[in-house]
Write a protein that binds this ligand. Structure first.
Ligand code: CUA
Length: 153
């Protein structure tokens, strides 16, 4: 084999190994990965697992709210969400069946909600109004009807 060929082969193999080491270090040593994989839940037992056994809107502190929400074909529970403007709202979500989406157009809220995983998103609605919530993952025949509203007062 030509000397230069050997050098380039060696270099490309070296770069591959280097990248694998970097990615491996991030994934395992630093624990980087999809955030939704951090907390898991048995999708068959959502109704019996706290806090999802009682979906709803909870005041958790001064100007802080938590929305515990379950998603299933083809709806959001709770469907009547009302929070004050300027409050910090944390959405805690999981799916009871297939993968759904949680998107609020006009904000940067856009999340995938998968069965078996707990999704967490925090947002402050500064402007009062009615915010549309859409499922943006195809989840079945009723997908296009899967929507609700967040009322910010
Ligand atoms: Cu749920 Cu599409």
């Amino acid at each position: 084999m030509h000397r230069l060929e050997e050098i380039w082969l060696g270099l490309s193999a070296g770069v591959l190994v280097l990248f694998m080491v970097i990615v491996g270090y991030q994934a395992f040593a630093l624990g980087m990965g999809p955030p939704s994989h951090k907390e898991t839940i048995d999708p068959q037992k959502v109704d019996q697992t706290a806090p999802f056994d009682e979906p709803g809107v909870y005041e958790t502190g001064e100007n802080e709210y938590e929305v515990v929400m379950t998603l299933q074909s083809f709806g959001f529970n709770p469907s009547n969400i009302e929070v004050p403007a300027g409050a910090e709202v944390t959405f805690l979500m999981t799916s009871k069946d297939v993968t759904h989406g949680f998107q609020v157009p006009g904000t940067n809220i856009n999340a995938m909600v998968m069965p078996g995983h707990i999704q967490k998103i925090t947002h402050t609605f500064d402007e009062p109004g009615n915010y549309l919530v859409l499922c943006n993952e195809y989840c079945g025949t009723g997908h296009q009807m899967m929507s609700t509203e967040i009322i910010v007062k």
